[in-house]
Design a protein around this ligand. Structure first.
Ligand SMILES: Cc1cc2nc3c(=O)[nH]c(=O)nc-3n(C[C@H](O)[C@H](O)[C@H](O)COP(=O)(O)O)c2cc1C
Ligand SMILES: [Mn+2]
Length: 482
């Protein structure tokens, strides 16, 4: 069951006991973030702050901060089931498929075609329109950490196109509030928003930008999804929703935004201007910045009459964004398997914050398949940033770090089974060398085939026999244990 906007999602969370309304007065400065951090650490509910000092708009945090809530946000009950539905949609009929199978596959392809957003004339996100009086100070933007350079919009969907109005993109980039009508635009240089911006800047033109907050929770996820340049995130949202996203034309810029959003910030990013952006307590657990970043100047703020301001707090993991990363890990696994068929499962552990660690299990057929998989993954989209990559056999549970490190310690030799490679470093990797190539370490922790180890005998792991296990389980109480 999909939800169509943020408030129906809030209602759903509330009826499931997964959202708490907070009526006590709270401050946007550190306090909301402090509560959010504690809630996520305690696997607690989402929170809707209804009494924010100096503001009338309520603030929502933690809406995605559990596996269950993340799955609900994407319109399903669990992430693997949603991933399976996606995989099924994009899987072409087998080469040798009969006519009947091809006909059966056709409606699925039609579903893909109908995923494109549909424009409508009016939407609730424009019930209230501020142009000359647009003011970021009226939004309850929070400061998360004591060393932050100020308040940041942390959960915005940033909508852009290239100068031809093509390559429509939604990306999630933080906005630092610089003043009532000015904010930072923190798109990393290899992200699609920055790529569209480079095209505008090359023509010396300011780039129109619209930042939407809220709407169907699928939209917030889609803005974080690592889709290739040129693939509109709204199409992914449409596929996940099972119906097209409805969009409206912005009031001051030639861009379309989700009609059901809570709030939309419109403006333009100057081709030249840069301002020091940061510091910001980032999802690495460290502060990033200050660094020079482009500046967005506001032309309008539109919102629903009783708008709710959604936000998130990142920091030392695990935080809410780790659950968003888990959604990507699950949803994109079928795509990875289609390209790298040896892959059985993949885990981006939360302590690895997206890029530091990846654990991958494989079906090994040939000597050195583990090495093949390392290079393939380092060649795949944002997986290029993966700093430490551990490859294990299919029977190893990659979601259990204890098991992965046990195998790694036992099954690998540091000299023979490691691959030191070079590749781009994530902007947020403060340990990457300032000069010279950044490194990647791959560790082959699979069982070795005779050809890989000069014929050395590889021992069998200890596995208890089923009969004894059954017997022990059956008689457990009889032994006097609970
Ligand atoms: C909570 C959160 C905050 C993020 N903040 C930023 C950011 O400030 N800058 C950035 O470039 N990417 C940020 N990202 C990552 C991008 O949203 C993500 O890589 C996305 O795929 C980029 O989309 P694009 O390739 O269409 O630009 C953030 C992700 C999350 C989940
Ligand atoms: Mn994109």
């Amino acid at each position: 069951m999909a939800t169509s906007d943020l408030r129906s999602f809030i209602a759903r969370l509330e009826s499931a006991g997964q959202l708490r309304r907070v009526r006590a007065e709270v401050s946007t400065r550190l306090e909301i973030a402090g509560i959010a951090s504690r809630l996520v650490a305690e696997d607690g509910p989402a929170a809707l702050f209804e009494n924010v000092a100096g503001h009338t708009m309520p603030v929502l945090v933690g809406a995605f901060a559990s596996m269950q809530r993340m799955a609900w946000a994407l319109g399903g009950e669990d992430l693997d089931a949603i991933a399976a539905r996606l995989a099924d949609l994009v899987r072409p009929p087998a080469a040798g498929a009969g006519l009947l199978e091809k006909i059966k596959a056709a409606p699925k392809l039609l579903q893909l075609a109908s995923a494109a957003p549909r424009t409508v004339r009016t939407g609730p996100c424009q019930e209230v329109v501020h142009t000359d009086d647009a003011d970021l100070g009226r939004l309850p933007v929070i400061q998360c950490w004591p060393g932050d350079g100020g308040p940041y919009v942390t959960l915005g969907q940033v909508y852009t196109t290239d100068p031809a109005g093509e390559n429509r993109n939604a990306g999630m980039y933080r906005l630092q509030v610089f003043g009532p009508r000015e904010c930072g635009m923190h798109w990393h240089r290899d992200h699609d928003g920055a790529r569209n911006y480079a095209a505008w800047a090359a023509q010396g033109k300011p780039m129109p930008v619209a930042v939407a907050l809220g709407g169907d929770p699928v939209l917030t996820y889609a803005a974080t999804a690592p889709l290739p340049y040129g693939v509109n995130e709204l199409a992914l949202a449409g596929i996940l929703r099972g119906e097209p996203v409805r969009t409206v034309r912005c009031v001051t810029v030639p861009l379309d935004v989700p009609a059901d959003a809570e709030i939309v910030i419109e403006g333009a990013v100057d081709p030249e201007a840069r301002a020091p952006e940061g510091p910001f307590g980032d999802h690495t657990g460290y502060y990033s910045g200050p660094d020079p970043y482009p500046v967005m100047r506001l032309t309008a703020v539109t919102h629903r009459r009783d708008a709710i301001y959604p936000t998130t707090v990142v920091g030392r993991p695990p935080k809410e964004d780790c659950y968003i990363a888990k959604a990507t890990e699950r949803l994109f696994l079928p795509v990875i398997r289609a390209v790298v068929p040896e892959v059985a499962d993949l885990a981006l552990p939360m302590f690895g914050v997206f890029h530091n660690w990846a654990f991958v299990s494989i079906r090994k057929r040939q000597p050195y398949d583990a090495h093949k998989v390392m290079h393939a993954l380092w060649g795949l989209g944002q997986m290029k940033y993966t700093k430490y990559l551990v490859v294990v056999d299919e029977n190893v549970n990659v979601h259990d770090a204890q098991e992965v490190f046990w195998r790694m310690g036992a099954e690998s030799d540091p000299r023979r089974d490691t691959v030191l490679a070079t590749g781009p470093a994530d902007v947020l990797d403060h340990a990457a060398p300032l000069a010279g190539p950044p490194g990647k370490l791959g560790i082959d922790a699979t069982r070795k085939l005779p050809e890989e180890v000069g014929g050395r005998r590889w021992p069998d792991p200890i596995v208890p026999d089923a009969e004894t296990q059954d017997r022990v389980t059956r008689r457990w109480k009889e032994y006097g244990f609970e």
